[in-house]
Every structure is written in C-alpha cells, then in structure tokens.
Design a binder for this molecule. Structure first.
Ligand code: FAD
Length: 365
C-alpha cells in the first residue's frame, strides 16, 4: 500500500491545482495508473487486479482524495464499474471485461437521467433484446469519468425489470457531451451520454439482464458509496494538514494563529472530523472484508458521515487560511467545492438519512 500511495503521489506531484483549473486530467496519468490496476485496486488477482482488501483500497482512495478529488472520482467510477461486472456478470463476462479494466481500459457508470435523480425507479433508458443483439435507447446525465471512458456501464429498464450493459464508447449511436463548468471535481470528466439505438452483441448484457432494478442500483452504489466515503476522509486530511501548517506559520497580533484559542478550536475540530470520518470508513470496510451483514448500513453511514465531515472541514479550513486559501485551485478552495458535491452523490445527505432512519426504525423494538 505504501508503495502504491508513493506512486500516486509521484504522478500527481503538485499538479492537482493546475488540473482543476484546466478542468482536465492528463491522459498520461490515467494511462499509467490504469495500466497498473490502481484505478480499481480491489479487483481480485484472478482477473489481473491487485486484490486489495476494502480497507487497503480505501486507504489508497483516501490518499488519492487528499491530493486530487477529480482523480479520486475517476478511481471511484472505475472501481464501481469493475464491481458491477464482478457482481452481475457471468463467468465469461468477468473473464472478458475485468482484465480489460485492470489493464487500463477506463470505465464510467450511468444511472442518473434528466428525470431520475434520487428516485432511480423512474429511469427511462430502455434495454431490449433483438435477435442476437441487445439494443439501448435513452439518456444518462452527469456520468463521472465518461469523458475519459472506453466503456460505459449503463443501467436501464429491461421489460418490467432492470439490466446493466457494458457499452463501448465508440459504439454507433453513443454521444458523450462533457458537463460544462461543474462546481467541483472539475477535472473528473463528468459527461451526459445519449444512447440512440445502440446495438451490441448480447454478451455485453451483464448476467443476461432481468435483475430487479433496485438490486442493480444497490449493488453498484454500494461500491461507489464506500469509495466516496474514503475519498472524503482524504479531503478532511488535506484540510487538517493545510490548516495546521498555516496556523503554525502565520503570525497575527504578535503570535502564530494557532495560539489564538478560537483558531485552535478549529484545529481541534478538524482533528475530530478526520478521526470520525476515518473510523466510520474503517468500520464499513472491515464489514466488507469480513462479509458482515452490517455492510450495507455501515457503508451508507460511512458515506454520510464522511461527506458531511468533509464539507464542514473544508469550510473550516478556508476560514483558518482566509485570504491565503481564497483562490480557485488552492487545496482548501478545491476541497470546499469538491466536498459539497459529495453531499449530493451516491445517495444525497437526505437519501442516506432516510436509509439510516429506516434502519433505526427496523432495529429498535
Ligand atoms: P434530486 O433527486 O432532484 O434531489 C434534489 C434535492 O432533493 C436533494 O437535496 C435531495 O437529497 C432531495 N430529495 C430528493 N428526494 C428526497 C426525499 N425523498 N426526501 C428528502 N429529500 C429528497 N450519476 C450517475 O449515474 N453516475 C455518475 O457517475 C454520477 N456522478 C455524479 C457526479 C457529480 C459531481 C454529481 C453532482 C452528480 C453525479 N451523478 C452521477 C448524478 C447524481 O447521482 C445525482 O445528482 C444524485 O443522485 C441526486 O439527483 P439529482 O441531482 O437529480 O437531485
């Protein structure tokens, strides 16, 4: 893990700010990380992956998130695509697609549509069989990493049920339109995708299709939530470090900022945020690694706690740095914009709260 983190650090260097301002990640970096399986490190070695535990993959994700949330978002999408293939694909599909993903083919996952955000049961994209082909028609929005992707994992309706299809980006009928000027994670390659009579061999339909839509969504989102949770722990760590360093060095009223008690309180709360986010992520990942039935709730809880702590920590860090951090691209300014988006995705704050409330209602007699 230390070697993999060092490799990520070496590749990112101090470029994250420039990537954020340009709204783009260099293909070279994605190629290098992809070819080493680092964009989806949890894929088992049988399929050419690094076989990381959820916990180690989480630490790698947090480390990447502490440097660059856009790159971490690409990692989340790739891991979510791989997890979806692993869970829903048959043996031949796993053998075909997973080694491509661990060797550097890039992937994005599409659920959201113009009319289907938090309520994915209303999605309209149609997936149907036609002879030896599977045909897709519809529209997906805000697909993270789609602008860089070779493969698009598309979830849609399949008769009364659901299905997921691996769609090559170059397939006739696929149009990828980058989202202009996103608030945060600006280099994450968000894009809207149109699927116009996209016809593919039926072996692109994962597991033959016909799974309940809610199962498809929950399966893919579980990985996404775990990954976003760790990414947010990384944002908190970056905010804590930036605030502590600044408060130690900057002198106002004759003493370092850290010696003003109101500033010291901010540093204490940043430490608390980092510890809470990390512990929630560690607990959820341990549930994944043990195959505990608590995994689903622990993952939602980790995502909720970590995203909320990241948004708070980013705001606090901007406060401590003040004008020194009030510049687009600065680590705390990026954190401020990126963390807010993490409260919206993979189950917004409110959707996580509804799931957790349901759990509370079901468990207290
Ligand atoms: P809405 O569903 O319209 O919700 C608006 C507000 O109402 C939110 O605050 C929500 O919490 C609240 N709300 C909705 N329903 C309820 C309720 N029942 N009770 C209480 N409050 C409620 N989609 C993909 O498919 N793939 C991706 O890779 C992807 N990446 C994304 C990356 C970013 C940075 C962003 C911003 C979005 C991404 N999305 C992606 C889309 C994302 O999943 C949706 O934005 C998210 O599900 C929320 O949907 P919405 O934006 O339509 O908001």
């Amino acid at each position: 893990l230390a070697a993999e983190c060092a490799r990520v650090a070496g590749l990112v260097g101090d470029e994250a700010e420039a990537w954020d301002l340009a709204g783009e990640l260099p293909e070279k970096i994605l190629d290098e990380l992809g070819a080493r399986g680092l964009l989806c490190a949890q894929v088992p070695a049988t399929y050419g992956g690094l076989g990381f535990s959820s916990r180690d993959n989480g630490e790698l994700t947090a480390f990447t998130g502490s440097l660059c949330s856009s790159l971490r978002s690409v990692m989340t999408s790739q891991g979510m695509a791989a997890w979806t293939v692993q869970r829903l694909g048959d043996a031949a599909q796993r053998r075909h697609f997973l080694p491509r993903l661990t060797a550097g083919a890039r992937a994005a996952v599409g659920f959201s549509e113009p009319g289907a955000g938090s309520d994915l049961s209303t999605m309209d994209t149609e997936i149907r069989l036609d002879g030896d082909s599977v045909v897709l028609d519809g529209q997906k929005v805000w697909m993270t990493a789609a602008a860089y992707a070779d493969l698009l994992v598309i979830v849609g309706r399949f008769g009364a049920d659901g299905a997921a299809v691996v769609v090559p980006r170059t397939a006739p009928g696929v149009t990828v339109e980058p989202v202009a000027d996103p608030l945060g994670c600006r280099a994450a390659g968000h894009a809207d995708v149109r699927l116009d009579q996209v016809r593919l061999p039926v072996d692109h339909l994962l597991g033959g299709g016909g799974q309940p839509l809610s199962l498809l969504v929950t399966t893919a989102l579980a990985y996404g939530r775990m990954s976003v949770a760790w990414g947010c722990a990384g944002i908190v760590r970056a905010c804590r470090d930036a605030a502590v360093r600044h408060a130690r060095g900057r002198v106002q009223f004759g003493v370092p900022l850290a010696e003003h008690q109101l500033v010291a309180r901010h540093l204490a709360e940043l430490l608390v945020a980092e510890q809470i986010a990390t512990r929630a992520c560690e607990h959820a990942s341990d549930c994944w690694d043990r195959g505990s039935p608590e995994q689903v709730v622990a993952t939602v809880l980790a995502k909720h706690v970590s995203a909320a702590r990241a948004a708070e920590a980013a705001s606090t860090a901007v406060q401590v740095l003040a004008s020194a951090g009030a510049r687009d691209g600065h680590v705390v300014a990026r954190a401020h914009r990126d963390a807010k988006l993490m409260e919206l995705i993979e189950g917004s704050t409110e959707i996580c709260q509804l799931i957790l409330a349901g759990h509370a209602l079901a468990t207290v007699s």
